[in-house]
Design a protein around this ligand. Structure first.
Ligand SMILES: C[S@@+](CC[C@H](N)C(=O)[O-])C[C@H]1O[C@@H](n2cnc3c(N)ncnc32)[C@H](O)[C@@H]1O
Length: 256
């Protein structure tokens, strides 16, 4: 491949490869893996920095890479070095995830990170856990007390782990990164069937104005219904959006 073509892919596919051992360890330490049982997906496998670490730590690894040149190199390496790694050349935004519960450990392409996390969470609740590298601000936004976290709170716990400095990647990106961890709640606080109703309630509450959740709920669903819901969900009357625990969100949906 000519240098220009490779450069074009590097920027179009957000190819910022991990070159720092400590950053790799930080990512791998963020999610417990069982080498005898776990199926682990590496989304955006690139040159295989993460895949190589996963091979001895998982029962099976699915390495997804969109760039045909890197996918080919990775497949050659897998045939030579790893018996348990399957390389899929394809788009992580469309590829089929394993049908049994799986984990994800990946340094995601920065330009598609948030969408990929959303897709993983929405995947029929087969995601058991994940540790993914995202831009620091994106990781904070997803794991903070905002609409995204509230939408998924009954099923998943999201947290921002260690910060990874931009110099841990080549080429060096403009901003630092962080590890976002995802843990599926066992058991979940609501059934998967309740997702649409829960997401709709969260949207309404976030869209309504008001200092407290109680005030927002009144505007979102009406005074009488809000009073009944607040009472049944045992929500502290002065609670603001950031104070609502996952259990309380789940109770609000149950009594809505
Ligand atoms: C940040 S790099 C990570 C590479 C490698 N895992 C590492 O840590 O060094 C992101 C990788 O995702 C690939 N990529 C970008 N968009 C993709 C997509 N939609 N589906 C699959 N792979 C993608 C890029 O080609 C690149 O190899």
């Amino acid at each position: 491949m000519s240098r220009t073509a490779r450069d074009a892919r590097r920027s179009a596919l957000a190819q910022n490869f991990i070159v720092d051992e400590r950053a790799l360890r930080t990512l791998l330490d963020a999610v417990p893996l069982d080498a005898a049982r776990d199926v682990v997906v590496d989304l955006g496998a690139g040159r295989g920095a993460v895949t190589a670490q996963l091979a001895p730590r998982a029962a099976r690894v699915l390495a997804v890479e969109r760039d045909p040149a890197w996918a080919h190199e990775l497949r050659t390496r897998a045939a030579r070095e790893w018996r348990n790694v399957e390389v899929v050349e394809g788009d992580a935004r469309a590829v089929a995830f394993p049908s049994a519960p799986f984990k994800v450990v990946a340094n995601l392409p920065f330009n598609a990170g948030t969408g990929l996390v959303r897709r993983l969470l929405a995947d029929g609740h087969g995601l058991a856990g994940a540790a993914v590298v995202l831009q620091l601000e994106a990781a904070r936004r997803l794991a903070g007390g905002g609409r995204f976290g509230a939408t998924w709170a009954p099923w998943f716990e999201l947290a921002v782990g260690a910060r990874i400095p931009a110099r841990a990647f080549r080429p060096v990106p403009r901003v630092d990164a962080a590890v976002l961890t995802v843990r599926a709640r066992q058991p979940a606080l609501l059934s998967p069937a309740a997702f649409a109703a829960h997401a709709q309630l969260v949207d309404k509450v976030f869209a309504a104005s008001g200092q407290t959740v109680a005030a927002r709920l009144q505007r979102a669903v009406g005074r009488r219904r809000a009073a009944r819901m607040l009472d049944a969900a045992a929500l502290e009357p002065r609670a603001t959006l950031g104070d609502v625990a996952p259990e309380v969100w789940a109770r609000l949906t149950r009594v809505a």
